[in-house]
Design a protein around this ligand. Structure first.
Ligand code: ATP
Ligand code: MG
Length: 323
């Protein structure tokens, strides 16, 4: 299959499969003082939201009108039921969302101070129990696109199992796509290298691309990632947009959309969803990258990972308005 210009037309309208983390985000705001041991701090509100790279990317795809199936794990607990309900309400297929009795649902406590600065407290929980054994190959067989979100922080899948997953998905005819999370343990290529030859589309941000390759410029890092085996790399550059690099031609910088940035949480996931939504509809990679920048910009202008993301039509209108 030509990965970017002709997803097999028989299958192109089937559901995208998204594999990755799901997290219950508890957000307390505003935290004026950090309480001393044994003391309590009062905040105006504590809200519960659905988060995690897999859940966020699937949510944004659904919002953009793309059918999507999520493969992920929660605990067998109230937070897991909350995520199941919330993700289901967004229209995401949950046949591949498993429960584990062995761990609680992954949870982040976000303490937001009055200036918007955040402190995070995170329990990895059930996301560490997501393994190759959870993958429903029937879903993968029918998927035009298989996207893994949040690799390098998926301990049950990272390394050899991730390479096997992507190799099999690709063999079954899917376009394979991969996004990662900054890895504090510094294992970069040692962990990811074996998977890269099976990745059609790799979506790191610049800092991650630099850490993986040791190259400083986006162009050089992109070149090194192509040499490591990916078919195409799209490096996210924050407000500056992204850089697209394939073996076929010179690197292309696609400028970002001006945005009054309020909260960058989930921008990378929104970007990935925009890119995949456009490819799913048959757009070429350069045009898809422009739309992905628009969806990333939508994300940063509102609080939370998915609240700002528009429908497909709203996103097209944003592209039209920009000319
Ligand atoms: N301030 C901004 N203004 C306009 N667009 C933005 C801004 N920040 C991010 N974006 C858009 O969102 C995309 C992804 O953001 P970013 O480069 O921060 O990715 P990331 O580091 O993977 O994000 P995350 O922290 O969510 O993992 C950018 O490529 C760009 O298109
Ligand atoms: Mg990211």
């Amino acid at each position: 299959m030509n990965a970017f210009s002709s997803l097999d037309p028989r299958d192109r309208r089937g559901p995208v499969v998204c594999i990755g983390s799901v997290v219950a985000d508890l957000v307390a705001h505003p935290l004026r003082t950090v309480p001393a041991p044994g003391r309590q701090a009062l905040v105006d509100s504590i809200g519960l939201y659905s988060g995690g790279s897999g859940g966020n990317t699937a949510s944004a795809l659904a919002r953009l009108g793309v059918p999507v199936e999520l493969i992920a794990r929660t605990g067998a607990d109230a937070l897991g039921e909350f995520l199941r309900q919330e993700l289901g309400r967004r229209g995401i297929g949950l046949a591949g969302l498993r429960r584990t009795a062995g761990a609680g649902t992954s949870c982040t406590l976000a303490l937001v101070d009055p200036d918007g600065e955040r402190r995070f407290i995170h329990a990895v929980g059930a996301n560490a129990h997501l393994t190759l054994a959870d993958v429903d190959w029937g879903l993968i067989e029918r998927a035009p696109i298989v996207h893994v979100a949040g690799a390098l922080v998926l301990p049950g899948l990272d390394g050899a199992p991730l390479a096997e997953l992507l190799a099999r998905a690709r063999q079954l005819g899917a376009l394979t796509s991969l996004d990662i999370i900054w890895d504090d343990t510094g294992r970069w290529m040692q962990m990811l290298g074996p998977a890269l030859p099976f990745v059609h589309l790799f979506l790191p941000n610049l800092a991650e691309a630099q850490a993986l390759t040791g190259c400083q410029t986006p162009d050089a890092a992109g070149q090194a990632l192509l040499a490591a085996g990916v078919s195409a790399v799209v490096i996210k550059l924050g407000a500056a947009g992204c850089l697209v690099k394939t073996a076929a031609g010179p690197a292309l910088t696609v400028p970002g959309f001006p945005a009054a940035a309020l909260d960058a949480t989930g921008a990378g996931d929104a970007f990935a969803a925009g890119l995949l939504a456009a490819l799913w509809r048959g757009w070429d990679l350069a045009a898809a990258a422009r739309l992905a920048n628009a969806v990333g910009a939508q994300c940063v202008t509102s609080l939370g990972a998915t609240a700002g993301i528009g429908t497909w039509e709203e996103t097209l209108a944003m592209l039209d308005a920009a000319g």
